[in-house]
Design a binder for this molecule. Structure first.
Ligand code: HPA
Ligand code: MG
Length: 219
């Protein structure tokens, strides 16, 4: 059954991956042998992530092209998306008259143990974001709501959130990014810097972890 997804007016949906999407067999792609048996299937191949990111970069350029921006990358899970997104924005800036002066800042959020969210959310590196005053911000990462409140207190001119993935969950308080790569089923996914207890960040594709994978790396 389709699950409830919170949509806010004016937000872009991203590519929708339905709950009955079987994904791709791992045999069709290359991936590190040390993860053999730990994954069920590839839900988003690396190449598709890169193609979608290129388009998000263009949407961001179209919307923010007249502002200086500070990119606030949420580590660790957001590092690969942030790096690739910034890369695409730089390429677009180099190849047109339309350029964006861009600074990149990193903060770290940690709240997951195994595949469960914990109450305990740590924000590291966000103590003084006063350089954000009057700037536009594009945040990239997954756990945004707490951070958003914190960032707003530094009064930037504009805040936009870019999220590679939005899960269909039933929480009415879910914060939907302004730029969405993919809308995915409510499954625990790994790869492309997303981890399970720090494993799988070294996997390029976004995959669904297997039950045996969860057991193997459980702490
Ligand atoms: N994978 C990795 N980290 C996460 C996820 C996920 O599906 N959801 C929230 N944090
Ligand atoms: Mg994590």
């Amino acid at each position: 059954m389709a699950e409830v997804c919170v949509r806010l007016e004016g937000k872009r949906d991203g590519i929708v991956i339905h709950d009955d999407w079987p994904g791709y067999s791992l045999d069709l792609f290359s991936y590190p042998a040390h993860y053999s048996g730990d994954l069920d299937y590839v839900i988003i191949p690396h190449g598709v992530i890169m193609d979608r990111t290129e388009r998000l970069a263009r949407n961001i350029m179209d919307d923010l092209g007249d502002h200086d921006i500070v990119v606030l990358c949420v580590l660790k899970g957001g590092y690969q998306f942030c790096a690739d997104l910034v890369d695409r924005i730089k390429a677009l800036s180099c190849n047109s008259d339309h350029t964006i002066p861009m600074r990149v800042h990193f903060i770290r959020l940690k709240s997951y143990l195994n595949d469960q969210s914990t109450e305990d959310l740590h924000i590291l590196g966000a103590e003084d974001l006063s350089f954000l005053s009057g700037k536009g911000i594009v945040g990239t990462g997954k756990t945004m709501k707490t951070l958003l409140k914190h960032v707003e207190s530094f009064r930037p001119k504009m805040i936009k959130i870019a999220g590679l993935l939005v899960k269909r969950v039933q929480l009415s308080s879910t914060c939907i990014p302004d730029y969405v790569g993919f809308e995915i089923p409510n499954r625990f996914v790994v790869g492309y810097a997303l981890d399970y207890n720090e494993y799988f960040r070294d996997l390029n594709h976004i995959c669904v972890i297997s039950e045996s994978g969860k057991k193997k790396y459980k702490i």
